[in-house]
Design a protein around this ligand. Structure first.
Ligand code: PLP
Length: 373
């Protein structure tokens, strides 16, 4: 079946007891034992499992072509679980421009427990030079945030496999509709489901999807169920509901982002546009080969520095200045301002999560704001 059909049907079954076409929300924290003390219906306690979470994990695994999925209360909770699952002393290679919130958290909590190296993983020589006998994980995020750099997943996997290293990939920016890292050889995919999968800026969640059920995955499931950073049944329900329209929403995001990127690129007040769908993107050919589409995220650099960028941002009316991405409404952010003093992000860079408004309205709004600089 095609992904549009799977997104609607993989998780949803008519409820046997009521014939409701949509799965009901099961709020119970505990489930009745059988006479022999067992749990023949498969559920015992909410932290360990819940029918709505089960449905969500089923559709997530299908979307990423994985063996199984684990849902979490946030993207960072999902990401942290991967690092918690590693044996102390493991060496980890991660991108120097990975999502700063997760990078700061793993630096804070795992320095002294794991060996962490943040490097340019798009550079093959640099990556190979950093591999050590105790390297256990290469963490990827592609396209990267906010520079939209593309990492060649297949190439990294080939290098990793020569050394018995696992590869995990944060696929939040692309969504499963834009890229399927497990098919390209990654071992685990991570999502902040707060973004495109939720799609309406109204829930927080995360997910890990595994290529195979192995010992590593068992450890990850153990951390999910014992650590308890799980989503509520209601959030699982809303995510399952949102995922049904994900393929169609992604088409709109991608179409609008491409048109907006092309418009911005020819604007005299713009220094540079970073969007993998533009032939000017240094890794456009790689993106074409690796991705199913170029996604709904773009960044652009305004001529005139931080001040000019702020002026544009503050004059826009349809692009809401706010963090996060992947919702139906367009959001914009000057990333350097929120990433702190050690940021390498250019001060005049504005990152846009292109929403599903009509492109004519988005361009008109942008045109009016860019006139000011
Ligand atoms: N990964 C990426 C690429 C993100 O942009 C974010 C959030 O902005 C996260 C992970 C963390 O997700 P959450 O905010 O759901 O914890």
């Amino acid at each position: 079946m095609k992904i549009e059909t799977l997104a609607i049907h993989a998780a949803n079954h008519t409820d046997g007891s009521t014939a409701a076409v949509i799965q009901p929300i099961v709020l119970a924290t505990t489930f009745e034992r059988d006479k022999d003390g067992g749990y023949s219906k498969g559920y015992s306690y909410s932290r360990a499992g819940n029918p709505n979470r089960q449905a969500l994990e089923t559709v997530l695994a299908v979307l990423e072509d994985g063996a199984e999925a684990a849902a979490f209360s946030s993207g960072n909770a999902a990401g942290m679980t991967v690092f918690q699952s590693l044996k102390p002393g493991t060496h980890v290679i991660a991108p120097n421009d990975m999502y700063h919130g997760l990078r700061n958290q793993i630096k804070l909590l795992f320095t002294g427990i794991l060996e962490l190296d943040f490097i340019d993983v798009t550079n093959e020589e640099e990556l190979t030079a950093h591999i050590k006998p105790n390297t256990g994980l290469i963490w990827l995020e592609t396209p990267s945030n906010p520079l939209l750099k593309i990492t060649d997943i297949k190439k990294v996997v080939a290098i990793a496999q020569q050394h018995g290293i696992k590869v995990a990939c944060d696929n939040t920016f692309a969504s499963p509709l834009g890229q399927q890292p497990l098919i390209l050889g990654a071992d685990i995919v991570m999502h902040s489901t707060t973004k495109y999968l939720g799609g309406h800026s109204d829930l927080t969640g995360g997910a890990l999807i595994t290529a195979r059920k192995d010992d590593w995955w068992e450890r990850i499931q153990h951390i999910q169920q014992m650590g308890g950073a799980i989503p509520s049944p209601t959030d699982c329900y809303w995510l399952v509901r949102s995922i049904k329209t994900l393929p169609y929403r992604m088409r709109g995001h991608v179409q609008n982002a491409q048109l907006l990127a092309e418009y911005l690129e020819q604007h005299p007040n713009i220094e540079q546009v970073l969007y993998p769908g533009l032939p000017s993107h240094p890794q456009h050919e790689l993106a074409k080969a690796q991705m199913l589409n170029f996604g709904g995220m773009l960044s652009f650099l305004v001529k005139g520095g931080a001040e000019a960028a702020e002026k544009v941002l503050n004059h826009l009316t349809l692009f809401t200045p706010a963090t996060s991405l992947g919702g139906v409404e367009s959001l914009i952010e000057r990333r350097a301002a929120i990433e702190g003093p050690d940021t390498k992000t250019p001060q005049n860079l504005l990152r846009v999560s292109v929403g599903l408004e009509h492109i004519d309205d988005l361009m008109e709004d942008m045109e009016a704001a860019l006139k000011l600089v």
